[in-house]
Design a protein. Structure first.
Length: 67
């Protein structure tokens, strides 16, 4: 929807191929960053692992012991 609203006149006015590509990439990148903004995430965050029961932990320890 965002790209549809762009006029693209600057792309069509440029006659040099490399310049045309650069103008297109600048416009496309601008709208891409609006549609998909960067999101910082914390990879060190502990996740909810309530599904790991006491019995699964015991089985895992036993399995590692016998290997």
């Amino acid at each position: 929807m965002l790209l549809n609203k762009e006029s693209w006149q600057e792309v069509f006015r440029t006659s040099e191929v490399n310049s045309t590509l650069q103008v297109f990439m600048d416009i496309f990148g601008y709208y891409f960053n609006i549609a998909f903004p960067y999101k910082l995430i914390n990879l060190n965050k502990t996740y909810n692992r309530k599904w790991i029961t006491k019995h699964i932990k015991i089985s895992s320890k036993r399995m590692h012991f016998f290997q």
